[in-house]
Design a protein around this ligand. Structure first.
Ligand code: AMP
Length: 572
């Protein structure tokens, strides 16, 4: 197999990537690195994030940079600030042992003066978004790209669909004709072909074989919970998946430690991977996880870098990362080698805008899932135990000699009792926990405690408050009702206003006195949740929540007679 070394990557870079855990080159790296190092040909590559393309162009471009020349030699254009930071960060990591390499990021929404100062000091490599780059180049005339040797257009389709065509043209026209141009894109629309035709010279086409294989095998689930229930939700998710083998991503090392400690205390086979560990502790943890002696590993993004483990069943985002792109890196660790994988995000009700951002980048939708109830978990575990029992191999010859004593001891139990006893042995702990634990989901029966107005109303109440939406729709609760002058047209207007869209399909609407329910095309669930976040109606702060979130309760002000002492509650 061709190694990085055999492809001609220099020792200081080899040292850097080895520390990141890169052992062998990924397919795109095998294709791109030799071409850049030896032929300097233009390349058009069909590759998505997660294929290893950053190192594919990054390693040779760092290696080819003349560090004695302070002028900019590489320009990497990428659609978003997040991607720019990610790319620059990756390049800096590869170049940890390369002295005096200057990499500068240039993107909108950040202090121009600071970026100009960094550029002034000298930037061998600029990683930029097209908008800010164009601004600095043309309006402010602050960047010199006359000695650029290579331009990388990363996620070119995304840049075009974000409307950066003009900026790209303007920038590319000012780069030297002799440069090498690399264009990476996940899709190949006509506009990309044109871009390539205009700016590339007989490019080498590279396609990373299974570019979608990993991504397509991953299902993305979202569990929406109140902040205080985040850990309990994690436990339920783990309990609901008896064969889980996964990484739980946390935002900080403290959180990584806390979650692992709680899990260990609660009897789970878990440990933490974070920056405070010594190299030996880190390696021992990784080894235990790799060999499956550890089923759950909590980790930060940085600590998990280079941890390449096969057959991971679940990636759990205990907290979503600040940068959406990190979610893609996290979830890419499951669903490999033809195996299905599940990537889970546990979010609080204020974080739905993040899901919407990730979905955009991911080009895939999350499925909203109810947090498994105690009953669901118990059923699932029970079945898992029974299946295990059924599949256990029995070696008659080995166990026969012990049986007479066992039969004698169990003589008083009939077949049914025996089964019950065996199951209870394994299962009591679970049953006890979930019997005693606060239900995250409030049972639907509790609706009965709602006002006793009339039995007729009670008969229909279950249907009326049934939280399961029509297929393809998501059901929401809103804290406005008839007493707030809410009518169906007004509600439709609010949905349009909050989401800034006019074509959203709104399904069933139930207007009650002080609150209401409505259903919306599930595709727009996150737009609705984030759209309503800071909305006021008749001076009242509007609250919109998922009706199929199984762990929220309503107090009397949300629809009960004022002086009744009973608590109104509903849930899935
Ligand atoms: P990218 O497509 O460049 O975003 O890379 C996807 C992920 O693969 C990143 O987390 C990289 O750190 C990692 N990666 C890239 N090349 C290798 C390699 N040769 N071996 C192991 N991991 C790699």
């Amino acid at each position: 197999m061709t190694s990085f070394e055999e492809m001609g990557i220099r020792p200081e870079l080899l040292r850097g990537i080895r520390e990141l855990g890169f052992e062998n080159p990924m397919p795109i790296q095998k294709k791109v690195i030799p071409v850049l190092l030896n032929d300097k040909k233009d390349i058009i590559g069909f590759a998505q994030t997660g294929t290893g393309k950053t190192a594919a162009f990054g390693l040779p471009l760092i290696q080819l940079t003349n560090l004695k020349n302070n002028k900019t030699q590489v320009l990497i254009l990428s659609p978003t600030r997040e991607l720019c930071l990610q790319i620059a960060n990756d390049l800096k990591n590869y170049a940890r042992y390369v002295d005096d390499l200057n990499i500068v990021t240039v993107y909108g929404g950040a202090d121009v003066a600071r970026q100009l100062k960094a550029l002034k000091k000298g930037a061998h490599i600029i990683v930029a978004t097209p908008g800010r780059m164009h601004d600095l180049l043309n309006r402010r005339k602050k960047i010199d790209i006359s000695e650029i040797q290579t331009v990388v257009l990363d996620e070119a389709d995304e840049m075009l669909s974000m409307g950066f065509k003009e900026e790209l043209d303007a920038i590319l026209e000012q780069t030297p004709a002799s440069k090498t141009t690399l264009l990476f894109s996940a899709t190949m629309p006509r506009e990309i072909q044109e871009l390539s035709k205009n700016y590339q010279d007989d490019p080498l086409e590279i396609s990373v074989g299974q570019r979608n294989a990993g991504a397509d095998l991953v299902d993305h689930f979202c569990y929406s919970v109140h902040e205080k229930n985040r850990y309990l939700a994690l436990k339920r998710i783990v309990d609901f998946n008896p064969n889980i083998y996964g990484i739980i991503f946390c935002r900080t090392r403290e959180e990584t430690k806390d979650v692992a400690e709680q899990l260990i205390q609660d009897g789970y086979n878990a440990d933490a991977l974070h920056g405070d560990l010594s190299q030996a502790q880190r390696e021992s943890g990784m080894h235990k996880f790799r060999t499956r002696n550890l089923r759950l590993l909590t980790a930060t993004d940085v600590a998990a870098r280079g941890l390449d483990v096969k057959d991971i069943t679940h990636i759990i985002n205990y907290n979503l990362p600040d940068e959406s792109i990190s979610y893609i890196h996290r979830s890419g660790r499951t669903g490999r080698a033809g195996q299905k994988g599940i990537s889970i995000a546990i979010t609080n009700l204020k974080e739905h805008h993040k899901i919407a951002q990730i979905e955009k980048l991911l080009k895939k939708k999350f499925e909203l899932q109810p947090v498994p109830s105690g009953k669901m978990i118990c059923e699932k575990r029970l079945l898992s135990i029974v299946e295990k029992l059924e599949k256990t191999e029995v070696d008659d010859k080995e166990i026969d000699p012990f049986l007479p004593a066992v039969y004698e001891k169990l003589a008083g139990l009939d077949r049914e009792d025996l089964i019950k006893h065996f199951i209870a042995l394994e299962f009591n702990q679970f049953l006890d926990y979930y019997k005693a634990a606060d239900e995250l989901s409030v049972p639907v029966e509790k609706e009965n405690v709602r006002t006793k107005k009339s039995s007729k109303r009670d008969k229909t109440s279950k249907r009326r408050f049934q939280p399961i939406a029509e297929q393809g729709f998501t059901r929401f609760y809103i804290n406005l009702g008839r007493s707030d002058q809410l009518t169906p047209p007004v509600l439709l207007g609010l949905v349009n206003k909050s989401t800034r869209q006019r074509n959203i399909d709104v399904g069933k609407i139930n207007i009650q006195n002080k609150f209401s329910f409505f259903e919306v095309d599930e595709y727009y669930s996150h737009s609705v949740l984030s759209g309503f976040l800071n909305l006021h109606f008749n001076k009242k702060k509007v609250v919109v929540e998922l009706a199929n979130d199984d762990n929220f309760k309503r107090t009397p002000s949300n629809g009960r007679k004022k002086n009744s002492k009973k608590r109104f509650a509903y849930s899935v």
